[in-house]
Design a binder for this molecule. Sequence first.
Ligand SMILES: [Zn+2]
Length: 151
Amino acid sequence: MYTGILPITQDENGLAVVMAHEIAHAVAKHGSERMSQGLVQQLGGQALGAALSTNSATTQQVALQAFGVGSQLGLLRYGRNQESEADRLGLIFMAMAGYNPDGAVGFWQRMAARDNGASPPEFLSTHPSNETRINDIQSLLPEARKYYKAR
Ligand SMILES: [Zn+2]
């Protein structure tokens, strides 16, 4: 799922939505049964630290790393509670990294509108989108905005 998600992310901020969401799953150890402890630490520290950088090459590396892990986690389907937690933490993480968390609404709306006829990338197949999620994200945004400082 390295490039399949890009039409839905559209830009760097949209990519940050996916990365922060996957990092949140990892930091919260949602996939701990299938992930090594080392991988969790790598994601929680290194990837998040690099995400704070504005260097585009670094951002690209982090993206590849997050996507690699995302495809591993793709073996799982997260529960609703885990999704809610990852949505909340993801919004905060991306805001801390200097990305506008408001972009998450558009991302999940594009997810909801995606063409179901195409074979979905891993992230899409494991992350059902719906109105409830979009509404939940909108109610979480005021908290996440407190962490957001435009770069
Ligand atoms: Zn998720």
